[in-house]
Design a protein around this ligand. Structure first.
Ligand SMILES: Cc1cc2nc3c(=O)[nH]c(=O)nc-3n(C[C@H](O)[C@H](O)[C@H](O)COP(=O)(O)OP(=O)(O)OC[C@H]3O[C@@H](n4cnc5c(N)ncnc54)[C@H](O)[C@@H]3O)c2cc1C
Length: 296
């Protein structure tokens, strides 16, 4: 089912993001996680894609497995920077053939460790061009999501710039957006307000990253420019030798963050699960009575 059609019905979206595991053991663990999260009736789950095309087959395999072996709606992430347009069309055609109707259209990142790396001739340079490619070749066959950045993408000089190019992606045909992780809801509210002022009306679903391992999430956050509140950093640092306490605090923080977002009428919540179910299940349990109409 297309995510855009579900969102148009005013359904509050709950979704989970996974990455394609590298090993058979990892895949087994992921499928267990999917099974544990399935009873939460997610609106969709999504599977990430390696920007260099490195996970091309693994992403497709996992997407196919979830699509065929569960009742869950799946969205495949697709990054354009390292592919020719023909390769992108081939991947999209493969997804159509297996019945996938949802794509998160992304640019991806230029590999950091390859300073002389250049995109292939005629590649899509920005996510907007991938959205255009999808619409030109597949019309409305796919529901298309795009990324957005409440604290601006690290390459954007400011938020005005961010909103300007986000608007171009929406005008190219994006149906909805999922945000980069953020830990201070005011950043999200400010971003949404700026988008609305620019006439952007697609649902902007907040991306929630529960802090279960502070060192790891601090690194992710610094790479993508997400600010962790100083008060939380201080509390986390005091607990550095108590991983269970860190996890407890991280989950508690995410619960409060989600409750505030729900109260402020967000269109849904997208959880970055890191392929584990534990934190997401606990958060869901704590917020489920406050969720607006799920209607699935
Ligand atoms: C929800 C979510 C899921 C993600 N999933 C993946 C994944 O599966 N795999 C992966 O590799 N990465 C993923 N990413 C990370 C993403 O690929 C990177 O953040 C990447 O650097 C930007 O991708 P984008 O699609 O946002 O790019 P774009 O929308 O193309 O924007 C990239 C930068 O270019 C600027 N820009 C856009 N158009 C123009 C223009 N015409 N001229 C000048 N500047 C312009 C933008 O303002 C921004 O600063 C994800 C991010 C999010 C938020």
């Amino acid at each position: 089912m297309k995510i855009s059609d579900i969102l148009k019905r005013g359904v509050f979206s709950i979704s989970f993001e996974f990455f394609p595991p590298k090993s058979e053991e990892g895949e087994k663990q992921l499928l267990e996680t999917v099974r544990k999260l399935e009873p939460l009736r997610p609106t969709f789950v999504s599977v990430t894609y390696g920007a260099g095309g490195s996970t091309r087959d693994r992403t497709k395999e996992i997407v196919k497995k979830i699509h065929e072996e569960t009742d869950i709606n799946v969205m495949a992430h697709l990054t354009c920077i390292a592919h020719t347009r023909q390769e992108l069309l081939d991947i999209l055609n493969d997804y159509r053939k297996i019945g996938i109707e949802n794509i998160l259209a992304l640019r991806g990142d230029v590999p950091r460790d390859k300073p002389h790396w250049r995109p292939p001739e005629g590649a899509c340079r920005y996510a907007k061009e991938l959205v255009q490619l999808i619409r030109e070749n597949f019309g409305d066959a796919f529901s298309v999501g795009v990324a957005s950045y409440p604290e601006a993408h690290p390459e954007s000089p400011n938020l005005q710039w961010e909103v300007k190019f986000f608007k171009e992606k929406v005008e190219a045909g994006a149906d909805f957006s999922i945000t980069q992780m953020f830990f201070i809801n005011e950043h999200y509210y400010r971003f949404v307000e700026m988008c609305q002022r620019e006439g952007i009306n697609i649902p902007i679903i907040p991306g929630i990253m529960p802090i279960t391992n502070f060192k790891q999430i601090k690194k992710f956050a610094s790479l993508c420019g997400a600010t962790i509140p100083q008060s939380l950093v201080e509390k986390m640092e005091k607990l550095s030798d108590k991983p269970e306490e860190v996890k407890k605090l991280g989950i508690e923080f995410a619960i409060n963050q989600c409750l505030d977002l729900i109260e402020n009428k967000v269109p849904g919540l997208h959880f970055y699960t890191l392929n584990k179910s534990d934190a997401t299940l606990k958060i869901y349990e704590a917020i489920k009575d406050k969720l607006p109409r799920r209607g699935l």
